[in-house]
Design a protein around this ligand. Structure first.
Ligand SMILES: [Zn+2]
Length: 227
């Protein structure tokens, strides 16, 4: 019996000795679990707020803009109105505009409702109305340059800030909103660098290929030969 009893005593001792330790470990791990679950709850709430408030979208947008700043600005811009040729634009850069104001862009005339295409790739930076520009859209592109489209009759359906655009994206339609009321419909096109406006005209390039002209001439000659 004593032989059988000893292990009992020993094991009891072992239990007595080891119990506070295991209890301590258990309490410690409980605290850790509680702390972790609290941390997890805070993280989950923050994540929920982040998604619900659109902060994640904003963060992605800011990251995209930051990347644009690292890129060289475009030296060539696609004509925002598809059918207009560069030679048809009369240069009004820095022309006097009353109250000491100078024209900070180019006016491109076209019938009301003509689609306005983005001159660059980039992201929609702003959509809004102001006294001078009327209904306007701004696109941010390489080098952090902002391309400003003003006097819009209406915006392209569904466009919103943060949308990615290419030179095939319609931003809106030619109109006379803002201080263009009473003038022939036109697009006011401006280019802004971090140090101010620059003249877009030297950078604009025709969308209509020069061959189109030749084709027109060919068609014309063909028509004449048939008459
Ligand atoms: Zn203008």
């Amino acid at each position: 019996m004593p032989i059988r009893g000893n292990p009992v005593i020993l094991s009891t001792k072992t239990i007595i000795q080891s119990e506070p330790k295991s209890e301590g470990v258990r309490l410690g791990s409980m605290r850790w679990v509680r702390r972790f679950s609290k941390l997890f709850a805070v993280f989950a709430v923050a994540l929920l707020l982040f998604v619900v408030t659109g902060a994640s979208d904003r963060l992605v947008f800011y990251a995209r803009i930051l990347k644009l700043y690292t890129q060289q600005p475009d030296s060539r811009l696609a004509m925002p109105l598809e059918e207009v040729r560069k030679k048809e634009i009369s240069d009004t850069w820095q022309a006097a505009r009353g109250e000491g104001r100078k024209h900070e862009g180019q006016d491109i005339f076209a019938p009301r409702g003509t689609p306005i295409l983005s001159a660059t790739s980039g992201y929609i930076y702003n959509i809004g109305e102001n006294n001078l520009g009327g209904q306007t859209v701004s696109v941010i592109s390489k080098g952090g340059r902002v391309y400003y489209y003003a006097h819009l009759d209406s915006y392209a359906r569904g466009i919103k800030i943060g949308d990615r655009v290419t030179t095939r994206t319609v931003l809106g339609y030619v109109g006379t909103t803002g201080n263009a009321q009473g003038t022939p419909p036109h697009l006011h096109f401006g280019v802004y660098t971090s140090s101010g406006a620059i003249n877009p005209l030297p950078m604009l390039t025709d969308r209509i290929p020069p061959t189109a002209n030749r084709q027109e001439n060919v068609n014309h000659r063909l028509r004449r030969s048939f008459l």
